[in-house]
Design a binder for this molecule. Sequence first.
Ligand SMILES: *[C@@H]1O[C@H](CO)[C@@H](O)[C@H](O)[C@H]1NC(C)=O
Ligand SMILES: *[C@@H]1O[C@H](CO)[C@@H](O)[C@H](O)[C@H]1NC(C)=O
Ligand SMILES: *[C@@H]1O[C@H](CO)[C@@H](O)[C@H](O)[C@H]1NC(C)=O
Length: 495
Amino acid sequence: MLVVNKCLVTKFSRLSCLFVHILALTVRSTYSHTLCPFVFCLQDDVEDSHRIPPSPVVHVRGLCDAVVEADLVEALNKFGNICYVMMMPFKHQALVEFDSVESAERCVACGTREAVYIAEQQAFFNFSTSQRITRPTNADDPTSGNKVLLLSIQNPLYPITTDVLYTVCNPVGNVLRIVIFKRNGIQAMSVEDAQKAKLALNGADIYAGCCTLKIEYARPNRLNVVRNDNTSRDYTKPFLLHRERGKGRQRQAILGEHPSNGYGPHCPLLPLPGNSRYRKRTEEVRAVSSSVAMVSGLHPAKMNCSRIFNLFCLYGNVEKVKFMKSVPGTALVEMGDEYAVDRAVTHLNSIKVFGKKVNVCVSKQQAVIPSQTFELADGSSSYQDFSLTRNNRFSSAQNGRNIIQPPAAVLHFYNAPPSLSQQQLHTLCTEHDVPIFTKFKVFDAKPNSKTLSGLLEFDSKTEAMEALTVLNHHQIRIPSKSSLSLDTLIKQDSL
Ligand SMILES: *[C@@H]1O[C@H](CO)[C@@H](O)[C@H](O)[C@H]1NC(C)=O
Ligand SMILES: *[C@@H]1O[C@H](CO)[C@@H](O)[C@H](O)[C@H]1NC(C)=O
Ligand SMILES: *[C@@H]1O[C@H](CO)[C@@H](O)[C@H](O)[C@H]1NC(C)=O
């Protein structure tokens, strides 16, 4: 039985104003019909209870905004087995079908006698006028339930793409297709083995403390995917299979952390402490991971160890970088842990840097060993140890600054000298032969602030990535105090 812990519930209530809708659907069936709008035709029971004969179905009222099915199950399963729950979120109501009239009677009687709380708010119970909740798409038999799930994501602080949902759902139930569509915010759809996925993931946070999944069965029983991108994807299409082999993809989202939450010790997002199945799965997956990433497709003349560092350090600590002599344009990057590698794979794979598409995957190697060191085209060493550099950002003291962002056209620079001007930055770009930003914004500094921060917007993500590769950690001299220089740190920004 799914248990949602109390603090999660409290969080729901607090964050309910940030509610955004996502529809995520799961499919296994082969017959097809087009995706149709989700209109839940729910019957509301309004008759007076005195006339309503006992029924195994209980009508629950007075639910808080953020309540999820798991909260109802947690609060009400003491009265008897719950067969089915139908949420009516916009009415703050739900129907709960028990396995027997007796269980329902216990629930209604208890609710009349004393306050029964669901997600810390008192709820009210009456028998429903119906004897049974009509299941969507003939999902009468739980084992043949709809394969399409509808996912709502609350408090979506981070972008939710098909890959993120895939990463979260696939370990639990083989994901076939995902469609995300915007309606009142984001909406999505995904998966297969729907019942299992629903049970394991309902109420779970994709990232710690945010992006909370609310899962219902959807009405359509088949998703129609017309193209594969970050809002819709068909994982059953053969040309996509190589994606699944990249093991890294399968863990990153469930294990991703809230930026302020600490990257040092792993803090896997397991909002359902009682859910041992979920936890076991995580361990299994961990066994096949590595804290070494392999990056290929590097520009032979322009890439070197520190430039790789500049890119990868946004997603975790970079310990060592080593170019492989036997495979030109390929390097191994040892990171702080396997989660850092997962994040790097997720965000850096397939990006373009210096006109070349870079591939990032999880390496089979478990560590980077300095052997066969040689000279790169620019004269620098093919191996560098960064474990002691202060430019690594994921020490516990600095965690608050790390917000994991996918590559974007906007860069956020900070720790720059207060005297830094737009013209100077412009010159810097020209001197280093990187694309020039199109917009520049400086954040109002606090009085006495010794550093400056702001945003640089480029024409494209690719241009921004190139500037990041080259200029991140670039030291800018402070003119008046010629001995001093400050590193300009850059990170992605989603603005
Ligand atoms: C539901 O039950 C309460 C008592 O528990 C009763 O006062 C009320 O009239 C009933 N009907 C409805 C529709 O709320
Ligand atoms: C999805 O892709 C589009 C275009 O490829 C891009 O503009 C958008 O930012 C992407 N969204 C996310 C959340 O990555
Ligand atoms: C990598 O290249 C940049 C630019 O040429 C250079 O400043 C930097 O020192 C190089 N890195 C190493 C480790 O030599």
